[in-house]
Design a protein around this ligand. Sequence first.
Ligand code: NAD
Length: 316
Amino acid sequence: MTETYIVTGGAGFIGSHIAEHLLRRGNHVRIVDNFATGKRENLAGLADYAASGALELHEVSITDKDALDRIFAGADYVFHQAALPSVPRSVADPLTSNEIGVTGTLNVLLAARDAGVKRVAYAASSSAYGDVEGEYKTEDMVPNPQSPYAVAKLAGEYYCKTFTKVYGLETVALRYFNVFGPRQDETSQYSAVIPRFVAAMSQGKPPTIYGDGTQSRDFTYIDNVVHGNLLAITAPDAAGEMMNLATGGRISLLDLVGKINTLLGTDITPVFAEPRKGDIKHSRAGTDKARDLLDFAPIVDFDTGLARTVEWFLKR
Ligand SMILES: NC(=O)c1ccc[n+]([C@@H]2O[C@H](COP(=O)([O-])OP(=O)(O)OC[C@H]3O[C@@H](n4cnc5c(N)ncnc54)[C@H](O)[C@@H]3O)[C@@H](O)[C@H]2O)c1
């Protein structure tokens, strides 16, 4: 049966991959995006779906509740990806980060509740853990956000859980850990590390590492995140739950530079700068909860994902 999915932030990196996957499976998709950081070229490959009516693009902010009510009417599921996803941006402008991340998320949940959607999957963030001790970040740890961005993402999680309890709206919050892959923006000072490094190094320029480069991340290839979202939207025991969505791996920024050098056939040395406010040292996910509740396991490993990402950047 054809189902109708809302993807907020669907013109962004992660949202556009989710939308593409849903369309390829024969569903209807309504994207809600105001193009704050999203790009039209992320949707360029979906023009045929737009022409056939399977894809609707609504250029609207999630702060506009009336518009969300109109767009959500008759929808089955919501993937809520819209946000201003950047720690330094939130440090510079916490009010906007809160308006989109907290008030915007509340609007999305209210519109989903009022439209009677079956479930909302929410893009939560590993930044909620902040600098909690322990090599693996597990869902039972008390969050310790270190930036306005992390606070806003965490508030969104709490709203999700509360909507399940109070209104019976099924929600699942997925804490993503450093997602990467094709279409990720590399052009802004707020861009994530992998696209920035690949873009710089593929032009023969040194990447800038903030800190000494021993900091590490559980870099998660985009296909794994799409896969986890699709499992989360129907998994029988997941409603009202929050869980990590990651690989459980750990790559330092120095290792990352080495791997990109290998893929590009270069020998570029990074430059080092002062650590940035709000950044954390290590981030690695415990993955048991997603395995138990979603039957999730990564479908693409880090090296394969990085090779695909580098290839995409070189071909653009
Ligand atoms: N990329 C990661 O590593 C990562 C990690 C943890 C969590 N997340 C979360 O995943 C989600 C997607 O992130 P992404 O990496 O694809 O970023 P992105 O910037 O590519 O996508 C975000 C999208 O949201 C849209 N948006 C922003 N404000 C909006 C508003 N007011 N109304 C409607 N749309 C709006 C943007 O235009 C953009 O298309 C975000 O919620 C982010 O917090 C991402």
